[in-house]
Design a protein around this ligand. Structure first.
Ligand code: GEK
Length: 244
């Protein structure tokens, strides 16, 4: 199942807010690959962190799992660990595609998917929560209670991995980081117009925090260890560990 090329913003349709609907899901894997810098490397680094910290039998929960690309890769890279993998997303179209991909590419019975809103989670004790490029879509006021809830549902010594698009407090540097990202997308075949239209569609949907705000969010939820493990201009990944 090779991903269809993302041409969503090439056509001159009336502007509307971005949504994770069927049209987006159809081209999503190509969109992510061309829109998130070092996406594969972040998945691999996340898998390494999971392998180092978790024990056999732990549950790994991917929040905002989309079409399951990362979860399938975690299951492949961590196949010796007898982990349980749960992917959760509130877009039915994403979950349908994730289930189809799991059927086609992996017969791994340890992977399951749930159609659910992550701000209303009800989970047994979890070894690790992955929040890769998902928290940015949750309303800012809902983020602190959600992260606190995740902290409370983690086993002692469990981890939370957070990857986000970020803003920079310094306005001039922020502008430069956005320009770097703009160039990244041009190099991957998006046109100036497509980039501008997508940015407009995401305006009120994706609300980035700064690196400092994300760190404070994790620390205020109770995590004592919070560290960055990757940064590319306005994209950052953090790992937070609950005390054992
Ligand atoms: C990956 N993590 O491949 N509840 C559940 N899911 C949600 C919610 C919510 N309240 N809000 C948004 N989503 C993935 C990539 S994509 C990133 C994550 C992007 C889901 C939404 O449906 C979408 O599938 C995902 O969060 C964000 O590593 O599109 O830039």
């Amino acid at each position: 199942m090779s991903p269809r090329t993302d041409r969503l913003y090439r056509v001159n349709s009336a502007p509307e807010d971005f949504a994770f609907n069927e049209r987006v899901v159809e081209v999503f894997d190509d969109m992510l690959d061309r829109s998130i810098p070092f996406y594969q490397e972040v998945i691999k680094a996340t898998a390494q962190l999971l392998a180092q910290h978790l024990t056999h039998g732990d549950t790994i929960c991917d929040l905002g799992c989309s079409t399951g690309t990362a979860l399938l890769e975690f299951a492949r890279l961590l196949r010796d660990g007898r982990y349980r993998f749960i992917g959760i997303d509130n877009s039915q179209a994403m979950i349908d595609k994730a289930r189809l991909k799991a059927e086609l590419y992996s017969q791994d019975k340890s992977i399951s998917y749930r159609h659910q809103d992550i701000s209303r989670l009800d989970l047994p004790e979890t070894g690790a929560f992955i929040l890769n490029y998902t928290l940015q879509f949750i309303r800012p006021l809902q983020r602190p209670p959600l992260v606190k809830h995740l902290y409370e549902n983690l086993k002692p010594g469990g981890l939370l991995v957070l990857s986000e698009k970020t803003i920079c407090e310094d306005k001039r540097l922020n502008r430069r980081f956005i320009d770097m990202y703009h160039r990244f997308k041009l190099e991957r075949g998006y046109s100036e117009l497509e980039i501008a239209r997508k940015r407009e569609a995401l305006e009120n949907v994706l609300v980035p925090f700064s690196v400092e705000e994300n760190r404070a969010l994790l620390a205020n939820a109770g995590f004592e260890t919070v560290s960055s493990f990757f940064q590319w201009f306005n994209f950052s990944s953090f790992v937070a560990i609950k005390p054992a």
